[in-house]
Design a protein. Sequence first.
Length: 237
Amino acid sequence: MNVSKAAVVVLLAGIVGVLASWSANAQNPVSSAGSASIAAQLPKDIDPISRYRLPLPKRDDMDDYGKKVFDELTDPDHGERTGLGTPAGIRLYSPKLAKPMSEAFRYLRTETGLGDRLTEMAILVTAREMDNQYEWASHEPAGLKAGVEPTIIDIIKYRKPVSGLGEKEGVIIAFGREMFDQKKVSSVTFAEALRLFGRRGTVDLASLMGQYAATSALVNAFDMQLPDGRNPSLPPR
């Protein structure tokens, strides 16, 4: 009788243990399996964490100057606002490049006088003309937040005529299309940009587009992947 009771206790304990294990697995899937699944969807030379061809830069791997730049550019109050899994993270592998580039981007994004809306328009034009899915995915939401109208985003995205737009909007789109697609800004478009933005503003506009074209080249070289769950949204030409 005692042996029989003991056997029942052991059997019940085993059942409870199995059920507990099933419950834990259902609530907490194995993280390594999730990581393996993500990695399986990426090209073989892409780091699954950074989502580009290098791992995230590590402060401990840098010399004293590099650590200083790393601290500065990752400071949430003063540094790069986009994090290490971005083109800014790639540049941190070359701190003497990363610092002046960061300063140039900060100026071009916030201090040119174009304002957030026209700045994001210029970036979107660059992303479209470079056919860069990563830059477009990053800046379409930023453009909407800055006040770029969906109709204007549609004109840029699908390379529609600019007739009916305001002077500045039309010139920014024409300027970028000519600079990247035709490899030369026409005299007419340049004169309009000069009239509307002045000498400094025209230099700033061309430089803003040039900086994001350079970023597009970096994104292409290091095969930076879209954020997880995002699909390409730029249509083919």
